[in-house]
Each structure stands twice: as C-alpha cells, then as structure tokens.
Design a protein. Structure first.
Length: 727
C-alpha cells in the first residue's frame, strides 16, 4: 500500500474524506515519512474489526496546551500558540490537528526515522519500526460526524485495553533531571524496600514505619532512612522532591477527564509517560504515590507543596491523581470468584453495599462522582468518558444502563444515569450528592447529581465527610431509617416521567431557626451566640443528654477524635462548648457580629433564681486567664473536627426543638423528611403548583441529632409513609 519509510502525498488542497466505518471496527493510523509534506510526515489510515486488531499503540494527550502557565506572564510569554491548528497530509486530502498533537507526531516521526544505533540509551526509548499502527482519537474518529463519534465512544474501553502500549504525551518539553531521577532512581529504591515483592510483610512494614517516622523530608529520625537509602540519596531527595511534584502539577494531562479511563484500563506497566523524547514509567509514579499515602506523608507533603508550588495549590488532588486509585481498584473487579474482599468491605462502609450487584453499581457511582474533579470540554463526556470503566466494573453480569448519545441534553443524560443507578443501589445515599447549591447546573432536577460540579466546601455528603476524617474513632454509618446494609436495591424510588422522582416517607419536622457557621483565622467556630441560647435551655435534650453535648455532637457529625479517651469524651464535649464560648468572649469582644459576652450577660440577668446556667461570666474569666488558652482551643481535637465538618453548612433548630446540620441553601420552613431507604434525613422545600399538588425540591441531606440511628423510626411512623414527589 505504501513504502514503509517514505511516501509522497499531494492532498494538501482538499479536506480528507473519511469513509464510513462498520459498527464494530476502528481506524488505526500510520505515521509515514514524507519529504514532500511540510511537517516531514503524512498519515495513512486502515480499518480493522475489533475482534482482529493488529498490534497498536494508543495515544492519551490533551488537545490544547500540555501545561498550565505558572503565571499570567508565562502565559503571555509562551511562544507556542497551543490553540492553533495545522494541516497534515492524509493521502487523498488533509486533516486539521492541534499544536500538541502535531508536536507528538513530529517527535514520533523523528524517533522512528532514526537508526537504532543513533538512539541514545534510557531514558530515551525507540518506538516500534515502521510500519506501525497508532490509535489517536482526533484523527481515527471522524469528529465532524456525531453518529460516528457516538459509535466509537462505545469502543474506547476496548481500545485502551487492547493497546500494546498507551503513550501519555505530556508535551514536547523534556522533564528536568530532578524529576527523571525521582522516577527512575529514587522511587524504585524506596519501593524495593517498602513495597517490593522480594520482601516479606514484616520487612515491608518495618521499612514503611521507618519512612513514616522520617517524614517526607527524610529528616525526622533520619538515621533509619539514611541506613536504608544512604545519606546522599536522602539529601538528593530533599533537594529535588519539590521539583518532581512541581513538574506534574503543571501538566494538564493529569486533570483531563478522559485520561482517567485511558490510564486505568490498560494492564499495569503498559502506560508510558512521554515528554519530548524522554519516556518515564507511569506505573512507577503510581506506585510511589501509593507509597506516599501508606507512609502517611500525604498531609504534610500536600501542605509543603501548597506553600512552595502555586500550581499545586491551584489544583488540589494532584497527589491522588498521581496515585491513580481507579486503576488500583479495577483489578478487584476482575476476580473470577467475585469482587475482592477489600473492596467489598470498603463499599459496605462507604455506600452500604453488600451484594455483588450493589458493590459494582456503587463503584460506578463513585467513579462518576470522582470525575467531577477533572476537565471535559463536553459535559456529556463526564458520563461517556467513563463508559469503559463502567463496563469493566460491571463485568459480564450487568449491563451499562446508559448509551452514548451526543444529540441529547446534558440534563437528560445526567437524569438518565441517576434513574438507572437508583434501581441497583442499596439505599438513597446518591441523593447526598444532589440538592441545591450555588453554581449547580440550572434545569437539572434537584434529585439528580450534577456530575460537572464539585460545589462549595460542604457539598460533600456527611456520610463521606465522616469517612474522610482520618483521626476519628471507628463508627457505624448514620442510618436514620434503619435501611441497613444492602440486599434491597431498587425498591425505594421510581421515576415518574422524565424529571420526577417518587419516594415513600413522612415529614417529621420543620426548620425553625438557622445559624451561619463561621471560623476565625485559628479555625475556631466564631459565631456562637446561638450556642449560648441553646445550651441554656431548661431540662435535657430529646435523647436524654445535655444541650451542650447535643450541640457539639451535631457540629462534629458525631465524629469522636481518637485523641480523646472514650471514657473522657462526654466531659470533653461539655468543656469544649464552654471553652468555645469563653474563647469567643475574649477574641471578639466589641465585634457586633461576633461578640457573645453581651449574650451571656443577658442570659444571666434573665435567668430564674436558683436555676443553673450553662456557664457564667465568671467561668469565662477563669478560662481565658489560663496560659495559652487560645492556642489550646485552636489545637483541641474537637475544634479540628468541627472545622473539618461545618464549613459550607448551616446549623439549624427545628420547631420540635432538635438541633441539626444542614446545607448552605437551607431556609426556615424547609421540611425534614425520613424516606424509605434513605439513611440520611432529607431537607425538602415545597413548591407552589397550579394544581396545588404536593411537589418538592431536594435542598439536601441533614444531620438531625437524636434521629440518626433510627430513634424516630417507629412502626407507627413507617405506617404513615406516603408518596412524596421531587422535581
């Protein structure tokens, strides 16, 4: 068909015309040397059935600039126009491609044209000899044909799993010597000690313990790390670690949504990072990032890098992207005997999933939720860009309940996914990912998660927040309706038309008061006048505990810090409430918005004779007189929990006297509902309709203290459940 090394093309004057492709076939492209083409190469296409593909490599890359600018000045000074398009020869015509793809094709053509002897040793690697097939989405799919795009998107998972290698093109700029050293020398040495297969578990655990004690700088208790690696290696790591992470923080490839499945679906070791002519092991980067988590370096390293590297601070989650947790989990779904036990335990804790069906569909939901942190040009691809993952997770027993269609609205696609998953999940936890929020897609039903929207802090479900806090004691999941764990998927909800969701439940209370939750520069809760009022109520809270204990347990979502002994916890929450009020009396005196001292004086003056108050002005004076009181308050474990849980939420009091934690969009008059299958109470807002029918929007989930473990779920209440319609 063509000479393997050189081919003459004359098709620069007309656009290349794609020939129709059979439904279960794909195109592969060859990069052909061409002295008559302006770029020194041309492209040649062949089509192959999916069931008989030849060896090929698949490309994973970004369509625009491969790097984020480190500053506005960098962006202005960038000599390369990454948004420009270029014509490339394709035999009978030309195709237009972007600058970054052109850079890859030029580099690949150059490398493939060099004799083997002229190629330097690693880290530069030879590409296969010509002719060789590549799959590149921009040219192997007719991007102007929506029907073909829809058809080919279905095959993406198969393509990346079938590729002999996936080349992740990070741009023409080669990595620094620092980044290359970490990937090729430091990471393998650490992994050989702390994760290598040649060591038994005891040896690995001891190495991890030593590295954990030394910290990410390898300076704390450094003798142990130096004994394992050598002092020179430790010193070199200290000098180069920031440059290594900064290199990846600038790469757009790590934030591109399609990359998640492109880098996760191939077999381990088949993905290679290519920067100019240098290739690095993606598996080595993944394994090293996994080690960072296992050694407990992640929090300290994240803080150090956020302070030192603006690009790291601008893109939270970079370390997790380097770990590639999707790929780490996929192998657990390929086991012949069913899903791996480690994943089953995690899914039971995260989503309440137990059966094979529930666990797999919960993992699908989890991955769609994870993709909110990535970038997609087309919002529909937040669903379609995960179809390959969905197929792999669900296996042969379960069908993917959504098909790619680029002729539907984003709202319709997101709604279809939510309706599909609700039929296979063990409870209604998915509704904790929905609800009202500023910035959410307009026109989307309130019960449908917006998979394009991360939301403000506080938009994460409280079930998940409780799991994410690392320094808390183990706990049982919140379960206000005693939905339990699994085994009843699909019985809780049904759709009515295209946008309505019908549940069964009962309104148990109404929001009466709302309080903003703000924190000062030390991370201490700042506006606490309402806390004084609530704690000074007469009697005891509904579940026979003090009002102070109810408030603190609510603000912490019932997370108990490990730093507080179990038998001391009740006394600790009471004392924390008093200390928080005392701290605010001292820290914000004279601030009309935050000063709580006047409120305390008012309560004292108005109290009945002989009645014991929550605290007095004398208690405040005594507390704040202690040395280091403010610093102690800021470092208190309960302060840290409250600061972790409450931002982006509101405290609420119901008309029945309960205290709760709700979404930022909550309003007085919103109704608290317990619904069948809902482990969290839901905050619903009734809409006025022309026909006076009861229709609600989902505001969000709510923590209502004294309800969260089924205390209100009586047979009488359940018997009164009735349909409730959400739009």
């Amino acid at each position: 068909m063509y000479d393997a090394m050189e081919m003459n093309f004359t098709g620069q004057n007309k656009r290349y015309v794609y020939q129709p492709i059979p439904p279960r076939s794909i195109r592969l492209v060859n990069i052909v040397s061409s002295h008559t083409s302006p770029h020194g190469f041309a492209l040649s296409f062949n089509e192959y059935p999916l069931d008989s593909l030849p060896p090929f490599w698949a490309l994973s890359y970004t369509w625009g600039s491969p790097d984020f600018p480190t500053s506005d000045a960098d962006a202005d000074a960038d000599a390369v126009d990454w948004d420009s398009s270029h014509r490339v020869d394709c035999g009978t015509g030309f195709l237009e491609i972007g600058q970054n793809l052109l850079a890859f094709l030029r580099q690949t053509n150059l490398t493939m044209s060099q004799p083997a002897a002229a190629t330097p040793p690693e880290p530069r690697q030879m590409l296969p000899e010509r002719p060789f097939n590549f799959w590149i989405d921009a040219v192997c799919i007719n991007q102007a044909d929506p029907a073909e795009r829809t058809q080919q998107v279905r095959h993406m998972g198969r393509i990346y799993q079938s590729a002999r290698r996936v080349v992740a093109w990070l741009g023409p700029a080669e990595p620094s010597a620092d980044a290359t050293w970490v990937v090729r020398e430091f990471a393998p040495r650490v992994l050989a000690l702390a994760g290598g297969p040649r060591h038994d578990d005891a040896s690995r655990r001891e190495a991890v313990r030593i590295f954990a004690g030394a910290g990410p700088s390898l300076q704390q208790h450094a003798a142990g790390a130096a004994a394992l690696l050598g002092e020179n290696v430790c010193r070199r790591w200290r000098e180069r670690r920031v440059a290594f992470f900064a290199f990846f923080a600038r790469k757009r490839w790590l934030t591109r949504g399609w990359v998640v499945q492109e880098a996760a679906l191939p077999r381990p070791g088949r993905v290679v990072l290519q920067c100019g002519g240098v290739q690095l092991s993606w598996a080595a980067v993944n394994d090293f990032a996994s080690f960072v988590y296992s050694a407990g370096w992640d929090a300290q390293l994240d803080a150090e890098l956020a302070a030192a590297v603006p690009a790291w601070r601008a893109r939270p989650g970079t370390l997790e992207r380097l770990w590639n947790p999707v790929a780490a989990a996929l192998s657990e779904y390929d086991r012949r005997g069913g899903v791996g036990e480690r994943v089953v335990v995690w899914q039971r804790r995260r989503w309440g999933a137990v059966t094979d069906c529930e666990v797999r569909h919960a993992e699908v939901l989890h991955n769609l939720h994870r993709l909110r942190a990535y970038e997609f040009e087309n919002p529909l691809d937040r669903i379609y860009g995960a179809l390959g993952l969905c197929e792999r997770i669900l296996g042969d027993r379960y069908a993917v309940g959504v098909a790619p269609r680029y002729d539907v609205s984003v709202e319709a696609a997101f709604t279809g996914v939510a309706a599909w998953l609700l039929g296979f999940l063990p409870n209604l936890d998915v509704l904790g990912l929905a609800g009202l929020a500023e910035g959410r897609m307009e026109g989307l039903p309130s019960w449908v998660p917006d998979y394009s929207f991360r939301g403000p802090r506080g938009y994460t479900s409280l079930q998940r927040v409780r799991q994410l806090f690392k320094d808390g004691r183990s706990f049982h999941p919140l379960d206000a309706t005693r939905a339990g764990n699994g085994g009843r998927q699909g019985r809780f909800a049904r759709t009515d038309g295209e946008t309505r969701l019908v549940l069964e439940g009962a309104c148990v209370d109404t929001v009466g008061k709302l309080h903003r939750l703000e924190h000062d520069e030390r991370g201490v809760l700042a506006n606490v006048s309402w806390v004084v009022d609530f704690c000074n109520r007469e009697g005891r809270y509904a579940v026979n505990e003090t009002f102070a204990a109810a408030v603190v347990t609510t603000l912490s979502a019932n997370i108990k810090p490990r730093a507080i002994l179990k038998h001391e916890y009740r006394e600790s929450v009471e004392q924390w409430a008093r200390d928080c009020v005392a701290y605010n009396c001292a820290a914000h005196r004279g601030d009309p918005a935050l000063d709580v001292a006047d409120r305390l004086d008012f309560c004292e003056a108005g109290s009945a004779k002989g009645r014991s108050l929550f605290m007095s002005s004398d208690d405040v004076s005594q507390a704040v007189s202690l040395d280091g009181f403010a610093e102690k308050m800021a470092d208190d474990p309960i302060t840290k929990v409250v600061h972790f849980v409450t931002p982006g939420r509101k405290a609420l009091e119901t008309r029945r006297g309960l205290v709760g934690l709700g979404p930022a969009e909550a309003k007085c008059g919103d109704e608290v509902w317990l619904v069948n299958g809902g482990r969290m109470p839901l905050l619903l807002r009734r809409l006025e309709t022309v026909d006076k029918a009861a229709v609600y929007v989902l505001v969000g989930e709510v923590y209502l203290h004294g309800v969260m473990h089924g205390e209100m779920m009586t047979d009488e209440l359940r018997a009164g459940f009735r349909p409730v319609v959400m739009v």
